[in-house]
Design a binder for this molecule. Sequence first.
Ligand code: SRM
Ligand code: SF4
Length: 560
Amino acid sequence: MGFDTIILTQRNEALKQGNPLLSGTIAQTLADESAECFSHDDYEFLKFHGIYQQDDRDKRKEGKHYMLMVRTKFPGGVLSGDQYLACDSLATEYANNTLRITTRQDFQFHGILKSNIRQTMRRLNDALMSTIAACGDVERNVMAPPTPATSPLVDEVLAQARKLSNTLAPRTPAYHAIWLNGQELNLNSQTNGDFVDPLYGKSYLPRKFKTAFVIPPLNDIDIYTNDLGFVVIAENGRLIGYNLLAGGGLGMSHGNTLTFPRLADVIGFFTPEHLEAVAKAVITVHRDFGDRTNRKHARLKYVLADRGVDWFRDQVEQRAGIRLEPARPFQFTKQGDLLGWHKQTNGNYFLGLFVENGRIRDINGYKLKTGLRRVIEKFRPEVRLTASQNLLLVHVPPDQQGEIERILSEHGVSARNPFSRTRMASMACPALPTCGLALAESERTMPDLLTRLEDVLKELGLEDEEIIVRMTGCPNGCARPYMGEIALVGKGPNRYQFYLGGNEASTRLNKVYKDMVKGEEIIPELRRLLERFKRERLDGERFGDFCVRVVLKETTDAQA
Ligand code: SRM
Ligand code: SF4
């Protein structure tokens, strides 16, 4: 373990222990107009409030231009039309005039100045949107399937996700005091030292924790990548319980074999009344056994990897006070979203719109931000954000469909989503210029890379294929690259680790195919692979499956 990691880990643990209210000196720095940024310690506390202090990396040569990123917490990605409009206004007034849908169904606002942060937080909360625990060593946003037409159980599962999210939120009063009441909180006060969160204790979790629900056969949530997963088991359209999944996670560090992406294990089945107890049992296993000596090895996945499923099941059973039954059979067939118009079970419709890399903005003739604003102002549909960075307008009566299409098309946006299947299945993380951890470009290069890939696919007569391409600026895995049929993971400026072999249902990790590939080498490399794919594929075989059967097998055989 590196010296830096030890210091960072010790510092983080000491900060939480010493200041369990998570207030730091945030209020004091807010009040001090001459302070251009928050301290290093407050940088850590701010995360628990849903805020990251960043700097514009395009401008680093001129010195650090500090700005803040705010992440909301929308369980299941659901927000009302009014809440959407409040977010849209905040993005225009205080952020960089874009709304960024995240891979966990939230919005991120980038580029907020310190002088505007309190207003941003207050207005979000006024519209009943919270950011508490959107980041930090706690339960993050609870994900759930947002798409109405996929199952009659969607609303029930969304309600469970909301309830669980509230139950698992940290109880510190500092969030309200700082952002809503404008109070100063004293680090050394009795209240701070004495505060113990009922679930998280004084030290919170050793690391972030992520929970999600999913309704098979659609794996629109990428369930295996979560610390804690609930797979809905239904009989005759009725929820009868959940299969518990635990120990998934993707983040890793280049060259550190102690870290690795891992799919969640299937632990067992339980009935719905035990949901909260089981969730708390899993979280407290992480709280009590996660590695507090090394943040790079602190996620629940390493507890599972080190101690095994049987040990883990026993812990959960003891803590929840139940016996888990053997897992019920389930199967996933597909990841991704239903885009375009679809009928809901109640006779209304929803419209799924592809949002490239989740970035809602106006660019050239494509005015998605303004078009959505106009539609939502007029009809106030419910809005749902998906785990694939897309957006759904939900509960639309049939007589509004035509007008919605017309308004969108006036802004250059088509309800038909006229993009290639490959583009619509793609994801990229924000990376540069906002992410402090980015080693290479991602969101800014992905659209162009896909255009060049589309050209190759067309040339080879493969334009109707769907190939899941994911890109990230570093190995942390924010756009879940290790599940892609093709993935590019930043390793240095213009250098990527090249992965192949994820599958359509997002149930299989891909593998490294090549290392340190230069940006300009990606398309020629893909062209060679796609030419082989065209020649040697089996009937109906997908690119990811072909890569596992042929390309990666050859690589493994050559190494043997
Ligand atoms: Fe992430 C850190 C963006 C989903 C694994 N992630 C970051 C930070 C906050 C960088 C930082 O710590 O300074 C990034 C902010 C960039 C920016 O400028 O906006 C960032 N992560 C994102 C988002 C916005 C990516 C996106 O394209 O949407 C996603 C926000 C989700 C949300 O609303 O909560 C996002 N991050 C993920 C996912 C995917 C998921 O959860 O489904 C992962 C992989 C799954 C997992 O957790 O294992 C992920 N992010 C990480 C990690 C590595 C964690 C680890 O265990 O090693 C970091 C770094 C860290 O925590 O130290 C990180
Ligand atoms: Fe930043 Fe890396 Fe996450 Fe991309 S994957 S947003 S570069 S931390």
